[in-house]
Design a protein around this ligand. Structure first.
Ligand code: NAD
Length: 428
C-alpha cells in the first residue's frame, strides 16, 4: 500500500533520470514491505530542511560572479546530518535532495549515528583558479553555517571537492565561531585532525563489497574481469585496491572517456598518469574506448564509480556484467534495476557498497571529539568489520523478504530510522 503522496506506479521515462524520484520509488517499495504507516512514511521520505544560497565571488579579473549553492538536510533522527559537498555545473536541487536521503539510508545501513545531508554548488571547478575556488568555498560555508555544526550537520568531500576544500571549510567555520572546530567536517587533511584511512575508505569499502559479493556468487578475484567507471577518489582507489587483490581490471574511465587492456591494466601506472596529467586522456599503454562502450564491455564485475544515471533503461540490455557494485551514488535507475533483477544480475547497492566513506568519516568525527587518533590498522580493521557485518545484515533481510539487495538495504535502513523516530515521538 502506498501513501497518498507516494508514487503510484513506476516512473515515466522522463522521470527516470530524476534522482529524488528514483530514491522515492525504492523507498516506497521498501516502506510497503515494512507496512510503514502513512505519517511516518511522509516524514522519512521528504527532506527535513533545504537551504538555497547565492554565493557572490570576486573573480581574479575583478568581476563579481554569483553562484548558486544548496544544503539539504534530509533527516536528523539518528544523529547530526552527514554528507558531502559537490561542485559541478549540473548540480540541481532534486539531485542534492536524493543524495541527502541516500546519506540517511547509508548511515543507517552501516549503523553509524548520523542522519543524512548533502550540499552542492553549481560551478565547473575546472574553470576557476585555486584562489577563486577558495573564495567560493569560504563564502558558501559562511552562507550555510547557521545550519552547520559538529552536532548539527557535518559536511565531507564529494565530486570535485577534496581535503583542501574541507580545510578551507573548517577554517572558515572555526574563524566565525572563534575556536578551532575540527569535528565540523570530515575528509580533512591529517594535519588538521583528519583520520588515517579516510582517503581510501570509500574505495576500500567498494573492494570489501566486491569480495563478499564474489563469495556469494562462487567467483574468484583472479577470474573476475573487472571494469570501473570513474577514476577519482572512489573509482581510482577502488580499482587500485581490486588490482592489488588480484582482480583483472581491464578498463577504467574518467569524464574524458575510457581505456581498455584485455590483459589487465597496470593500475599503479594508470593512477600515476592521472596524478601527473590530471586526466586519462592521452594515456598511451591501452586502447581508447568511449564512456558508453566501457559500460557495455564483456566483463564479470562492473563498478560504476562516477555519477548518477549511468545504467538506464536505454543501455541495460547491453550490460553484460554478472555483478554490479555501485561505488557512485545512484548510478542505476529504478527502471534498469528491475531488468537487472529479472536477469539475475547481483547489484550491491550504493547505500551499502560506498558506505566505507561515511563509516571512516564517523571514525574521524569520533577521533576529533576525543582528541585521540587511531592507527591506520585500527581504522581499516574497524571499517572491515563494519562493512562485512552490513553486507550480511542486508543479505539476511534480502532472504527474509525475498527482495534484491537494494530493496533489502532500504528496508533495513528505513526500519532503523523509523524505530528511532517512533521512540523519540513528535514534538508538538
Ligand atoms: P571524484 O571527483 O574524485 O571523481 C569522479 C570521477 O568520475 C572522475 O574520474 C571523473 O572524471 C569521473 N566522471 C565524472 N562524470 C563522469 C561521467 N559522466 N562519465 C564518466 N566519468 C565521469 O569523485 P568521487 O569522490 O570519486 O565520487 C564519485 C561518486 O562516488 C559520486 O557519485 C559520489 O557521490 C560517490 N561517493 C563518493 C564518496 C567519497 O568518499 N568520495 C563516498 C560515497 C560515495
Amino acid at each position: 500500500m502506498s501513501s497518498g503522496t507516494a508514487l503510484a506506479s513506476p516512473l515515466s521515462q522522463a522521470d527516470e533520470f530524476n534522482p529524488f524520484l528514483a530514491m522515492a520509488e525504492r523507498f516506497d517499495v521498501a516502506a510497503d514491505h515494512l507496512g510503514l504507516d502513512r505519517g511516518v512514511r511522509e516524514v522519512l521520505r521528504n527532506p527535513d530542511r533545504e537551504l538555497t544560497v547565492s554565493i557572490p565571488v570576486m573573480m581574479d579579473d575583478g568581476n563579481l560572479r554569483v553562484f548558486k549553492g544548496y544544503r539539504v538536510q534530509h533527516n536528523f533522527v539518528r544523529g547530526p546530518a552527514k554528507g558531502g559537498i559537490r561542485f559541478a555545473p549540473d548540480v540541481h536541487l532534486d539531485e542534492v535532495r536524493a543524495l541527502a536521503a541516500w546519506m540517511t539510508w547509508k548511515c543507517s545501513v552501516v549503523n553509524v549515528p548520523f542522519g543524512g545531508g548533502k550540499g552542492g554548488v553549481i560551478v565547473n571547478p575546472r574553470e576557476l583558479s585555486k584562489s577563486e575556488l577558495e573564495r567560493l568555498t569560504r563564502r558558501y560555508t559562511t552562507s550555510i553555517m547557521d545550519i552547520l555544526g559538529p552536532d548539527r550537520d557535518v559536511p565531507a568531500p564529494d565530486m570535485n571537492t577534496n581535503e583542501q576544500t574541507m580545510a578551507w571549510l573548517m577554517d572558515t567555520y572555526s574563524m566565525h565561531v572563534r575556536r578551532s572546530t575540527t569535528a565540523i567536517v570530515t575528509g580533512k587533511p591529517l594535519a588538521l585532525g583528519g583520520s588515517r584511512g579516510r582517503t581510501e575508505a570509500t574505495g576500500r569499502g567498494v573492494m570489501i563489497s566486491c569480495r563478499e559479493a564474489l563469495k556469494k556468487l562462487g567467483m574468484r578475484p583472479e577470474n573476475t574481469r573487472t571494469v570501473v567507471q570513474g577514476s577519482g577518489n572512489v573509482g581510482g582507489i577502488g580499482a587500485l585496491l581490486l588490482h592489488r587483490e588480484g582482480y583483472k581490471v581491464i578498463a577504467i574511465s574518467d569524464v574524458s572517456g575510457g581505456i581498455l587492456d584485455e590483459k589487465g591494466l597496470d593500475m599503479p601506472a594508470v593512477l600515476a598518469w592521472i596524478k601527473e596529467h590530471g586526466s586519462l586522456a592521452d594515456y598511451k599503454d591501452a586502447d581508447r574506448i568511449s564512456g558508453a562502450e566501457l559500460l557495455e564491455l564483456d566483463c564479470d564485475l562492473l563498478a560504476p564509480c562516477a555519477t548518477e544515471n549511468q545504467i538506464t533503461s536505454q543501455n541495460v540490455d547491453r550490460i553484460k556484467a554478472k555483478l554490479i557494485v555501485e561505488g557512485a551514488n545512484g548510478p542505476t535507475t529504478a527502471a534498469a534495476d528491475k531488468k537487472l533483477e529479472e536477469r539475475g544480475v547481483l547489484v550491491v547497492p550504493d547505500i551499502l557498497a560506498n558506505a566505507g566513506g561515511v563509516t571512516v568519516s564517523y571514525f574521524e568525527w569520533v577521533q576529533d571529539r576525543m582528541g585521540y587518533f587511531w592507527t591506520e590498522e585500527i581504522v581499516n580493521s574497524r571499517l572491515e568489520q563494519s562493512m562485512v557485518s552490513a553486507f550480511y545484515d542486508v543479505d539476511k533481510v534480502a532472504k527474509k523478504y525475498g527482495t534484491s539487495m537494494r530493496i533489502a538495504a532500504y528496508i533495513l535502513a528505513i526500519d532503523r530510522v523509523a524505530t528511532a523516530y517512533r521512540l523519540r515521538g513528535v514534538l508538538s
